[in-house]
Design a protein around this ligand. Structure first.
Ligand code: GDP
Length: 317
């Protein structure tokens, strides 16, 4: 793959699944990559503004993430949290000592009135990220998971309730008023390819699409838009994506993922374990390529990034 052929590629990413592909793309593209990240699972804990998805992407892109734990920073310590536990005031959301530096910085700058886009750029620079990381919106947009035990803010559902309650519907607070930032709109306009990372379709990609007018911008785009399936062998690699499909009344499959994006998608990178779904996805009008999409290690992430860039290159006008 001649990666020098790309001047600018945009990736839409959620948390860890998105972060892994973004890291693989960054290995190839460096600062020629823009990652547009999800803010709908942001939460306020101890008065601090936490952006779990943006931070996952930022830490993976900076190479400072804890790969085994799956979230947060490597070489983390927990003295603050343990002390809060000791004095009986620990929150249900764990925050590491080093991680606090990110949240303190973000919260302080937001309180000074800086938009999240600027704050994220400052943090990404501080952590040494090569690619450009942009929140999809500076406005308030929040995922509300309606479950059998009532409506829950996303982190409440995901962390406190360990995504156990059955889902009935997912709604987005701020939909209709949250606007895609001007800088994201410019990035999409100058992109030569747009990649949907293998992120949760319901709570990572969907909230991005609900920031207006992202979906319309994608529909109007003339450059290749390609997605990597987050569902492999009918299951999620990690997290609630497959469970959400079932609870919302659909069998989890790569085809079910592809169907959600047919109004703007051109190409689909399918896992080779799901080769039997290729014909049905092609019948939706999509170009399908296949590979082992499991992104294990830096080489695995680069391999999947290469596969998706090759598919996008083949669809370039
Ligand atoms: P979260 O917010 O941290 O849960 O992360 P995302 O929404 O970005 O990603 C969750 C999705 O990533 C899940 O549906 C996983 O199946 C998918 N995923 C994670 N790692 C991989 C991988 O190595 N390959 C593929 N194809 N999907 C992955």
């Amino acid at each position: 793959m001649d990666d020098t052929a790309w001047h600018h590629v945009v990736a839409l990413a959620g948390g860890v699944g998105g972060a892994k592909l973004a890291e693989g793309l960054q290995q190839r593209l460096g600062p020629r990559l823009t990652v547009v990240g999800n803010v709908a699972d942001d939460e306020e804990i101890w008065g601090l503004h936490i952006s779990p998805d943006l931070d996952s992407v930022m830490y993976w892109l900076a190479g400072v993430n804890d790969e085994a734990r799956g979230w947060g920073l490597a070489d983390e310590t927990w003295h603050t949290f343990e002390t809060l536990e000791r004095i009986g005031s620990a929150p249900w959301f764990r925050l590491g000592d080093r991680d606090l530096a990110t949240h303190l910085t973000r919260t302080t700058l937001l309180h000074e009135g800086k938009p999240l886009t600027e704050v994220t750029a400052r943090l990404a620079r501080g952590w040494g990220v090569q690619a450009r990381l942009l929140p999809v919106t500076d406005d308030r947009l929040r995922t509300i998971v309606h479950t059998e035990i009532g409506p829950l803010a996303f982190q409440d559902y995901f962390v406190r309730h360990r995504w156990e309650p059955a889902i009935q519907a997912i709604r987005f607070e701020g939909e209709g008023s949250a606007q895609v930032t001007a800088v994201v709109q410019d990035a999409l306009r100058s992109a030569e390819a747009i990649i949907l990372c293998p992120s949760n379709p319901f709570v990572s990609i969907e909230p991005l699409l609900r920031a207006a007018p992202l979906r319309e911008l994608l529909r109007a785009s003339t450059v290749p838009i390609v997605a990597v399936s987050p569902i492999v062998g009918g299951e999620a690699i990690k997290g609630p994506a497959a469970k959400m499909f079932r609870e919302l009344g659909e069998e989890p499959s790569a085809l079910a993922v592809a169907r959600r994006y047919t109004d703007f998608l051109d190409g689909f990178l399918l896992d080779e374990r799901d080769a039997h779904e290729a014909a049905a996805i092609e019948a939706l009008g999509l170009h399908v390529a296949m590979t082992d999409t499991l992104m294990e290690g830096a080489a695995g992430r680069r391999r999947v990034a290469d596969a998706v860039l090759t598919l996008a290159a083949a669809l370039r006008l």
